[in-house]
Each structure stands twice: as structure tokens, then as C-alpha cells.
Design a protein around this ligand. Structure first.
Ligand code: SF4
Length: 305
């Protein structure tokens, strides 16, 4: 029996589903029941009511969101050390301090935050719906975190005053992309469409033909007549884009754009995780209750998460 056979056997025996983020290794995406961005996957987990175990192949905050939204089920993260550095950049103490400084300003937090931080926000957002969420709020000034580049993007799109918390939160992987690389690729592939994730710098966003989350990029490519795409987000998305769009060409804007945290998950670790039912992700109910409220408020707005 191969490792893949073993994983599938355990999956059946334990009534588990495997959810894999768009940035996971190709072999993990290929055995997953669903591949998507963090909120697509959390939604999927909520819909798959029969499954007893949710194996969430991604990083800490994503598995936490699944645990918050599915309190009656066991959520497993294959690698305990798979942590998103951006999510760690915003602590509860920091939010509390900013809330004291701006007591009347609502707090919108990107889903790329820990549940303990989400518990202190008014509503969550994704990179796909951040503009809609902020536009839906009556307030003209909003505290927004932790990604500084996404905050700037939202500010430009909504015309509202966005106060970034912390001041310069960022994704180390998306910061690797440089406008110069895109400029050179555009000379080589003049008909290519440049797709840029809003976690990239503003200079990179200015180079884009399309700015969007990974799920929006997938939708955009499906509908586009273009044949070549320059892609500025983590390299794992290329596997999904190629699989869904045979005949189209995808060029990573920077070939070493790899999130080492996402790549900690391997088939071997998925196997051990399912076999030993580790690592179970739990969130204390008082925190989960508040974080759930912020996530559900986002879902209620029926945005394009
Ligand atoms: S790609 Fe960036 S935001 Fe996503 S998990 Fe990795 S470090 Fe965090």
C-alpha cells in the first residue's frame, strides 16, 4: 500500500475530510477533498456535517477558524509548528492598546489572525471581501490589521481612513515580490495578465492588471480569454491554476515565493496526523464565542469571501 492509499484508508475508517489550502504542496492538494482559501475551506467544513474529523492542511490560524466554526468536531493540524508569522504580529495586548486610543473606532481584522485577536474585533474579513466589509460599515475610520499592504489597498478602494494595527504587519512571502521582476516578465510576455495579491506592496499592486485573493485569481483565470498570466502570490497556487486551466500558462512573478510555514505539511505528516489524531486544535469557548461572532458577522454580509 502506498502512503496515499494509507491516508485514504484512514480517512474512510475515521470519517475524516482533508481540507488543503491553495498554498499546500501539489501532492497534498491532489489527495485533498477540497482545495481553497482559508474561508472557503472553513465554510466547506461547516457544510460537511457528516465528517467527524477535519484534517486542515494549512497553518495555525486557519485550523483555529475551523475549530471556532465547528466546535463539535475534531480539527487536526498536521504540523504543530505551521504558524503564520503575520498572524503572530498582532497580539491581544496591541489591539487592546489601540482600542483605548480609538475607543469609538470599529476594528476589522483579516482572518489571518489568531482567534484570541479575533475575539476583540467587530468583524472579520478576507482579502477577497475586505473592501466590501469596510464599505458596509457606517464608520469613516476603521482600525484594520494585521496586514499593512491590505490596509492600504482597502483605504484606496474605499476612500475611508484606515488605521493599520500593528503599524507595519506584513506577510514575509508576499513581500518577496518586486515590481522590477514583473516589469521584466511583461517585456518577455507582453500579452500576459499580471495578477497580484493585495498582501504584496503597493508598488507591486500598481503593476497589476488584476488584484485579488487566491480564490478570486482562480475565478478570474477561468473567465479570462488570456492565455498567459504572471502570478504574484505563493507558488502553491500555480498547481491549482494549471490543473483547472490546461492550455493556459502561469509564470510565478518571483520563483522563490514560497511560504515555509505552509510547506511544513507533508504527506507523511498528514498520515501521522490522521493515524494518531494529532495535533488537535482547540480554542477556549469564551474566546471561540467572541471570535465566532466576528466570523459569522462576515458570513452574514454574504460577501464574496
Ligand atoms: S503566505 Fe504569508 S500570510 Fe499566508 S501563511 Fe504564509 S506567511 Fe502567513
Amino acid at each position: 500500500m502506498t502512503l496515499i492509499d494509507e491516508i485514504n484508508r484512514l480517512k474512510r475508517e475515521k470519517n475524516a475530510i482533508i481540507l488543503a489550502h491553495n498554498y499546500q504542496r501539489p501532492e497534498i492538494q491532489d489527495i485533498a477533498d477540497y482545495v481553497g482559501d482559508s474561508i472557503e475551506l472553513s465554510r466547506r467544513a461547516m457544510e460537511e456535517k457528516e465528517a467527524k474529523i477535519i484534517l486542515f492542511s494549512a497553518v495555525d490560524f486557519m485550523a483555529e477558524s475551523a475549530a471556532v466554526l465547528n466546535p463539535d468536531r475534531k480539527v487536526l493540524l498536521p504540523t504543530l509548528g505551521a504558524r503564520c508569522p503575520m498572524a503572530q504580529m498582532l497580539t491581544v495586548d496591541q489591539i487592546k492598546r489601540w482600542k483605548v486610543l480609538y475607543p469609538l473606532v470599529p476594528v476589522v481584522l483579516y482572518v489571518n489572525t489568531l482567534a484570541s485577536a479575533k475575539a476583540y474585533c467587530d468583524i472579520c474579513c478576507t482579502s477577497a471581501n475586505a473592501v466590501e466589509i469596510v464599505n458596509s460599515m457606517k464608520a469613516e475610520t476603521v482600525l484594520f490589521g494585521p496586514d499593512h499592504n491590505l490596509a492600504e489597498y482597502v483605504s484606496r478602494k474605499t476612500g475611508k481612513t484606515i488605521i493599520p494595527v500593528p503599524e507595519r504587519g506584513f506577510c514575509p512571502t508576499h513581500m518577496l515580490f518586486q515590481p522590477e521582476d514583473v516589469r521584466i516578465l511583461k517585456m518577455e510576455y507582453p500579452d500576459a495578465i499580471a495578477m497580484v495579491h493585495p498582501e504584496c506592496t503597493v508598488e507591486m499592486q500598481n503593476m497589476a492588471d488584476f488584484i485579488g485573493s487566491t480564490s478570486q485569481m482562480c475565478r478570474y483565470v477561468r473567465k479570462s480569454d488570456a492565455k498567459t498570466f504572471i502570478v504574484a502570490t505563493e507558488e502553491g497556487i500555480i498547481h491549482r491554476l494549471k490543473k483547472e486551466n490546461p492550455g493556459k500558462q502561469f509564470i510565478l512573478a518571483y520563483e522563490d515565493a514560497v511560504c515555509p510555514n505552509m510547506k511544513l505539511n507533508t504527506l507523511e505528516r498528514l498520515y501521522t496526523s490522521l493515524k494518531e489524531e494529532k495535533y488537535v486544535i482547540t480554542v477556549p469557548e469564551p474566546v471561540a464565542k467572541r471570535a465566532r461572532k466576528a466570523l459569522e458577522k462576515m458570513f452574514e454580509l454574504k460577501t464574496k469571501a
